[in-house]
Structures are given as structure tokens and as C-alpha cells.
Write a protein that binds this ligand. Structure first.
Ligand code: C2E
Ligand code: MG
Ligand code: MG
Length: 465
């Protein structure tokens, strides 16, 4: 309230009283402050508030010598819940997780949501790994009960990383260490908790370097394709080739796919890399056919690529630009990749087949698909995993398991390709069992495009020994 006394002036006979109600403003201010420091979905603390609380806890622990701990938690496969049940269901899951986490902590501790499916807890007075493990144990059991969403039970697991504070150390260090521990937990599998140890940092730095290199590799096109012939086991004629990606790393030399494909999948870089592989393979094989050999090319697809909505257009464009007929392209997918999300994957495989492209199941026998499921999959080719071709019990004939798989594939009228043939006896046994095609070091190793081209020019059949 403001009162202005004007009575001193004889010409004026009155008071001016100004009253302003600031209650509303105060409430608004309070609301805004709350919003600035809380996650609107779960009402937990947000990253800013967590950092502030961690900084205070660190300062306090320096005074009283009682360390605090930070726990970072990441839900496993949360993306699948969002993708299959929708974002509304995803939100409900996050709210329920927040509620359960809140029930696991003591008064004075802080629970925060950092974004997406990432949560954090600041645990006051948690001096060592065993006291942190008590909390992670409580969390694991709290999250193990299914969450009911639209009358469906959703089962959850979470990975977590814990770091125990060193009194007085900056709060960023504690958060970073918890992040490193979380990274290690996720590397090891699902539903695991790891407590930070200094040795963990080197491994993460190495991975971060590789990740930065991988980004650059895409820009600088450091990838190349090797081609491994696929042959008719009766005639040893080359009927196709599998394109296998390699990375020519400027410092580390030639890297095999096993050394960078998992990272490329995690970071999403597999999408541009996979697209390049597809286009390059189509171009190369189309050029070979102009030279007279009408062979097919097999290209491996990763889960991430099959999830991309525009995959069908990308494949169609690659074929068109290269001038390659669709029946000369085979796309290889693994069983487990389809089973991650069959409702998305199967229609996509159908759409690819509608283009005229053939689909192969790669590494067949190592996944977990049931036979009844297999019957309904839109596939043309089965590639028998090499573990069935050369088990120790194999020589001299074919293992009963491999023979069984060949029979199964034939009964389903699928073309069978045996992978990883390393011995003449294996090739013979497979031929006798009725397996049509083969691939392996015994027949030919993967080779550069130019070597493959020369091979095709010089002969269309491979030697039998
Ligand atoms: P895959 O699709 O099962 O490819 C066959 C792998 O077996 C190749 O390894 C090949 O060199 C190897 N191989 C062939 N014959 C023999 C043999 O007789 N004995 C043995 N021991 N191995 C043999 P590579 O090139 O290291 O590729 C490994 C995996 O990486 C591939 O397995 C495939 O899953 C993946 N990959 C390769 N290129 C790509 C790509 O462009 N995109 C994606 N998403 N994945 C790829
Ligand atoms: Mg393959
Ligand atoms: Mg394979």
C-alpha cells in the first residue's frame, strides 16, 4: 500500500491511497520457481535442482566427512514401450517409475528425472558401495512388479550406475562418475547396477573417441565393401555375393564390422552407413552385370534400419539409381531383429518384398523364433549359421542338426545357404543333404570389389579344392 500525503499543498484537499494486491504475483512467482526446478511430467526434481542439491551435499560432506552418493538410472528398452504402446503409455510408465523411486529413498534424499527415461537419486549419507547397494536392491525389487497400462502388464528393468562422492570434489565429477558406471552397467546387459571405479573411465574415453571417429568416418567416407562369393554347391558357379562393410580407420587400420557396427547401431550412425552400403553394393553389382554376370548381391540390414519408416523408399531409390533389377538384391535380417518388434518389422519386410527384393534370414538357428512363427514370415532364403556347419562333432558328415535345418528349409520351399564352409567335406556333405548354396573361406574369402570383379571376369566357377 502506498499513501501519498498531498495535504501540505493548500490547494489540495485529499489523500491518494494506492493499494495493490500482490498475492497473485507471489503465487505465480512460486509456481514459476517450482516449474524451473521440477519435471512437469513426474513432478520430480529436474537436472538443475539435482545439480544444486549435489553441490550442497558435497559441500556439507566436506564439513562433516559423511559422503553422499549419486545414482543414475536408465530404463531398459523404454523405446520399445513407446513404440509399441504409444507415448501416452510411455508417460504413464514414467510417472509410475517416479512414484516407485520416490518410495525407495529417505527423507532428505532427492529423486530427479533428467529427461527421457533417465532418472537420478541423490543419496545423502551413503559412504560406501555396500550402503549404495542396499538402495539399488530396493529399487530393483520396486521396479520388478509389472506396471498395469490399459489392462496390459508391462515388465520393466533398469540399469544403474552409482558414484560415491569424495568430500569436497566438484558436483560435476560425481555426476560424471555415475554416468561412467551406468555406461558400464548397460554394456554388461540389462537390469544391472555398477558402482564407479576409477579404472572404468579409460574404457569410456576409448569408446567416446571411437564414436567421434565414427562421425567423421561418415563425413569422410572411410568405409568400403568387401564381397564374399556365394556359390551353387552343385556346380560351384558364383550366383551372388554378400557385401560386407569395412572401415578404413586412419590410425587403427582396417576394422571389421564387429568392431564398429554395435556402436553405429547405438548412435544411430548405422542409418547413413547402411544407406551408403546399400547404394554402393547396388552400384557395384549393377556394373558387374553390365560386364555379363547376372549375379545377386546380399546386403545386411540392422534393426535400426528396418525401423526407419522410409527404408522401402531408400531401397527403391538405390535400385533405380543403380539400374539394378529388384530380384538381384537380397536383404539379410536376423531372427532376433524381427522379434524385437514383429508388428513393425513384418509389414516392412512385406513392403520390401513387394518391390521384388528377396529377404534372407541371416545366422539362422541362433535366434529364438518358434517354427510356427517362421512359417508366417515373408522370407525367401535361410542362411544356416556357421556354428551348425563346423561344430567339433561334424566331421566327416553333416551334424544331425544341420541336416534337420536343411530339411526344414526345403519343406518350406526356401532357398538354403550354408554359411562359413571351411572344408571340402563340409561343402560335399551340404550338397548331398540338399543345401543349394554355400559361402565360406573354403570357397572364397571376402575380397575387395576390384578383386571380385577380376574373379568374375576370369571364371564363373570356383575351384573345388
Ligand atoms: P554375417 O552377415 O553373418 O556375415 C558373414 C561373416 O562371416 C563375415 O564376417 C564373413 O567374413 C564371415 N565368414 C565368411 N565365411 C567364413 C568362414 O568360412 N569361416 C569364418 N570363420 N567366417 C566366415 P564379417 O565381414 O566380419 O561380418 C560380420 C558381421 O557383421 C556380419 O555377419 C554381419 O552381421 C555384420 N555386417 C557386415 N557388414 C554389414 C553391413 O553393411 N551392415 C550391417 N548392419 N551389418 C553388417
Ligand atoms: Mg549376412
Ligand atoms: Mg551370417
Amino acid at each position: 500500500m502506498i499513501v501519498t500525503n498531498l495535504l501540505a499543498d493548500s490547494t489540495i484537499a485529499g489523500l491518494v491511497v494506492t493499494i495493490r494486491d500482490i498475492q497473485e504475483r507471489k503465487t505465480l512467482e512460486k509456481q514459476l520457481t517450482h516449474q524451473a526446478f521440477h519435471d512437469p511430467l513426474t513432478n520430480l526434481a529436474n537436472r538443475a535442482l539435482l545439480s544444486d542439491r549435489v553441490a550442497h551435499a558435497q559441500a556439507r560432506s566436506q564439513r562433516d566427512g559423511r559422503p553422499c552418493a549419486v545414482l543414475l538410472l536408465d530404463l531398459d528398452d523404454f523405446k520399445d514401450i513407446n513404440d509399441t504402446l504409444g507415448h501416452g503409455a510411455g508417460d504413464q510408465v514414467l510417472i509410475e517409475v517416479a512414484r516407485r523411486l520416490h518410495g525407495c529413498i529417505r527423507a532428505g534424499d532427492t529423486a530427479a528425472r533428467l529427461g527421457g527415461d533417465e532418472f537420478a537419486l541423490l543419496l545423502e549419507d551413503t559412504p560406501d558401495a555396500s550402503s549404495a547397494r542396499e538402495v539399488t536392491g530396493r529399487i530393483t525389487s520396486a521396479l520388478s512388479d509389472p506396471i498395469l497400462i490399459d489392462a496390459k502388464e508391462v515388465f520393466l528393468s533398469a540399469s544403474c550406475g552409482v558414484a560415491i562422492g569424495i568430500p569436497g570434489a566438484p558436483e560435476e565429477e560425481l555426476l560424471r562418475n555415475a554416468d561412467v558406471a551406468l555406461y558400464h552397467a548397460k554394456e554388461k546387459g540389462k537390469g544391472l547396477c555398477e558402482v564407479f571405479e576409477p579404472g572404468m573411465r579409460a574404457a569410456v574415453i576409448q569408446r567416446l573417441e571411437l564414436e567421434a571417429d565414427l562421425h567423421r568416418a561418415v563425413e569422410r567416407s572411410e568405409f568400403l565393401l568387401h564381397y564374399q562369393p556365394i556359390v551353387d554347391l552343385q556346380s560351384h558357379r558364383i550366383v551372388g555375393a554378400e557385401a560386407l562393410v569395412r572401415w578404413r580407420h586412419p590410425q587403427r587400420g582396417m576394422l571389421a564390422p564387429g568392431e564398429f557396427i554395435p556402436l553405429a547401431e547405438e548412435t544411430g550412425l548405422i542409418v547413413p552407413i547402411g544407406r551408403w552400403v546399400l547404394e554402393e553394393a547396388c552400384r557395384t553389382i549393377a556394373a558387374h552385370s553390365r560386364g555379363g554376370s547376372a549375379i545377386h548381391v546380399s546386403v545386411n540390414l540392422s534393426a535400426r534400419q528396418l525401423q526407419e519408416a522410409d527404408l522401402v523408399e531408400i531401397v527403391a531409390a538405390a535400385l533405380r539409381d543403380a539400374g539394378l533389377p529388384p530380384d538381384r538384391l537380397v536383404l539379410e535380417v536376423t531372427e532376433s531383429l524381427i522379434m524385437v518388434d514383429p508388428r513393425t518389422m513384418i509389414p516392412r519386410m512385406r513392403a520390401l518384398r513387394d518391390l521384388g527384393v528377396r529377404i534372407a534370414i541371416d545366422d539362422f538357428g541362433t535366434g529364438y523364433s518358434s517354427l510356427s512363427y517362421l512359417q508366417n514370415l515373408p522370407v525367401d532364403i535361410l542362411k544356416i549359421d556357421r556354428s551348425f556347419i563346423h561344430g567339433p562333432a561334424l566331421a566327416p558328415g553333416l551334424s544331425p542338426l544341420a541336416r534337420g535345418i536343411v530339411d526344414l528349409g526345403r519343406a518350406m520351399r526356401l532357398v538354403m545357404v550354408a554359411e562359413g564352409i571351411e572344408l571340402a567335406e563340409q561343402a560335399d556333405a551340404l550338397k548331398i543333404s540338399g543345401c543349394e548354396l554355400g559361402q565360406g573361406f573354403f570357397l572364397a574369402r571376402p575380397m575387395e570389389a576390384s578383386a571380385f570383379e577380376s574373379l568374375l571376369k576370369s571364371t564363373s566357377t570356383l575351384p573345388r579344392s
